[in-house]
Design a protein around this ligand. Sequence first.
Ligand code: AMP
Length: 185
Amino acid sequence: MHHLLIFGPPGVGKGTQSALIAEKLNLFHLSTGEYLRKAIDEGTELGLKAKDIVEKGKLVPDDIMIGIVAQALEDNTAGKDGFILDGFPRTLDQAKALDVIFQKMSVTDIRVLYLTSHEDELVERLLKRGRKDDTEEIIRHRLHIYEESTKPIIEYYRETKEVVEIDGVGAVEDIFVIISEKLNK
Ligand code: AMP
C-alpha cells in the first residue's frame, strides 16, 4: 500500500508525475484543483460556490475542502492499493484535519513526496511552457508565494512523517524512475 501526499512548485511536473504514479501503483489520485475545475465546468452547487474563488487564485475555505477530501477517500479507495493526494493540504488546518481523517481510516504510513528544483530551472521551464504573458518577474513571484505557503506544511510533516525530496526537473520518464526507486525503498 502507498499513502502519498505530493507537493511541488509550478513547473516541476507534479501533475504529470502524480498521474503516472497513480497509474503504475494502482492508487486513487485526487487532485483537488482538478476536482474543483470539474465541479465548476459542470455547474454543481460546489462549482458555483468555488468559481469566483478559484478564478481569483484564492483558497476555497478549509471546511469545504476537508469535506471533499474525506468523502472522496471514503468513496474511492476500495479496490485500490492506496492513494495520492495532489493539491491538498494547502493550509496547516487542512493538514491537521487530514491527520484526523487518516486516524479514522487507520492509515499510518503516510509519505510526503516533495518535488522541487532550483528556482532558475523552474523559471526557465515556465518561461518556455507557461502562460504567454508571463514575465520572469511574475514567475519568480509566483514561485516565492508557493514556497512561502508550502514551507510550514512541509515543516509540519517533517516532524511526524517521512518527507522524500526529489529534484523534479529532467525528462518525465527519468524523474518517474527516481520516484519509483525511492518509493520502493
Ligand atoms: P491547483 O490545480 O492545485 O493549482 O488548484 C487550482 C485552484 O483550486 C487553487 O488556486 C485554489 O483556488 C483551488 N484549490 C485547490 N486545492 C485547494 C485546497 N487544498 N484548498 C483550497 N483551495 C484549493
